[in-house]
Design a protein around this ligand. Structure first.
Ligand code: FAD
Length: 374
């Protein structure tokens, strides 16, 4: 079967691997140029925590070892109190049970390599989907190029163009809920060639209504992310205000961030949104169109499960294809059963924001092990 996937992000690439393994021919259409030929976009060098849910999907394709080679295990979280006290809270009694920090750009490159190494997979970069006719399966791309498909799977992320078309159809429900919070990335570079903090932890500065987190990178830097109310992010509008605020609320981090002011002023503010859509697929006449990953169920990042869930989507769709004997219309119908699970993780992710920014801090001295130095 010829399958067209829109979006060669994390989930699109992994799904292409699953489908190629089943003998399908897959064409991925991606709006960006090939990321393997250039670096990540400035200020968006998100790193992700990949956990067992995602690793299981990688393992099924024999990709886990290679992908995790670049990852740093984080067996617990390190809480940073306002006075600089550090407390380590393990995620499990067994330190082998860790979540793994990996750069989203690196992970995407690995998955692109894996997909394009398979016979039957090709990627068309620089193709931004602008229109889809679900009755005929005709896809239109910026610049006027067209492609006719029988099976179209939208893996084009939270602001999916495929989903945008489905939303216009009668019977398709959709909601998007924005938090009053945004996020901004900062950086802690290596110090004397070493990690400036313990790399075997996800670092959290819980501050009640807001927080900062930091995940280690393979180059011995940390990517920090502020999750603050929009008005707080906007209020720090001068170098002086930025430094004063960090000196008061994140004193131990301030000394580790030589580029704080430029990072803060230059890096964009990201939005935090939960998207829900139902159903995820439509079959009309000649074509079947479905959604996976963030295109189907974008969630806020506080459980570190968006990509992990998208990877699990691929496992579940593969299972549905088994049950439907590779009839995509039937398989996408069966795949709707997954919505109950993704609705639950969307709610848990919202709840975990309160846990991370507030509750972990108040339990700081009860549940964790105090660390004398970083
Ligand atoms: P995307 O990664 O968004 O990929 C979509 C692809 O489609 C992109 O390549 C895009 O260029 C392409 N595309 C978009 N529109 C078009 C179009 N019109 N035509 C053609 N191509 C198009 N998840 C975790 O599991 N763990 C974490 O720790 C974690 N932390 C996060 C932290 C932050 C700050 C954020 C914002 C997210 C985090 N996530 C995390 C979520 C994770 O990044 C997403 O769930 C994941 O990237 C979704 O993968 P996807 O392939 O569905 O979508």
């Amino acid at each position: 079967m010829e399958v067209t996937i829109v979006g060669a992000g994390l989930v699109g690439c992994l799904l292409a691997c699953f489908l190629a393994r089943r003998g399908h021919h897959v064409t991925l259409y991606e709006r960006r140029p090939d990321p393997r030929e250039r670096g990540p976009h400035g200020g968006r060098s998100i790193n992700l925590a990949i956990s067992e849910r995602g690793i299981d999907a990688l393992r099924r394709l024999g990709l886990d070892t290679k992908v995790l080679r670049a990852a740093l295990p984080m067996p617990g979280r390190m809480m940073h109190a306002p006075d600089g006290t550090l407390t380590f809270q393990p995620y499990s009694a067994d330190r082998r049970h860790a979540i793994n920090s990996i750069g989203r750009a690196e992970l995407n490159k690995e998955l692109l390599d894996a997909a394009t190494a398979l016979p039957g997979v090709r990627v068309r970069f620089g193709h931004r989907l602008t229109a889809l006719d679900e009755r005929t399966g005709r896809l239109e791309f910026a610049g006027g190029r067209v492609h006719d498909a029988q099976v179209v799977i939208g893996a084009d992320g939270a602001y999916s163009a495929v989903r945008a078309r489905l939303q216009q159809l009668p019977g398709v429900s959709f909601s998007q809920d924005y938090l009053d919070y945004g996020y901004k990335e900062l950086s802690i570079p290596p110090r004397d060639g070493r990690f400036a903090m313990d790399p075997a932890a996800l670092h959290i500065w819980p501050r009640g209504r807001s927080m900062m987190i930091a995940l280690p990178n393979a180059d011995r830097s940390f990517t920090c992310t502020l999750f603050w109310p929009h008005e707080s992010l906007a209020a720090l509008d001068s170098p002086q205000r930025i430094r004063t605020y960090f000196a008061e609320h994140y004193p131990d981090a301030l000394g580790l961030m030589p580029d704080l002011v430029t990072d803060y002023l230059d890096n964009p503010v990201g939005h935090l949104v939960t998207m829900r859509c139902s159903p995820w697929h439509v079959t009309t006449g000649a074509a079947t169109v479905g959604l996976v990953g963030d295109a189907a169920h974008a969630i806020v990042p506080f459980y570190g499960q968006g990509a992990n869930c998208g990877f699990e989507d691929c496992v579940e769709l593969d299972r549905c294809l088994n049950e439907a004997k590779d009839d995509f219309t039937k398989a996408l119908e069966l795949f709707e059963r997954r919505k109950a699970d993704t609705d639950v993780i969307a709610r848990l992710a919202l709840d975990n924001f309160v846990e991370m920014r507030d509750k972990v801090g108040s339990r700081m001295f009860l549940a964790g092990k105090r660390v004398e130095h970083a």
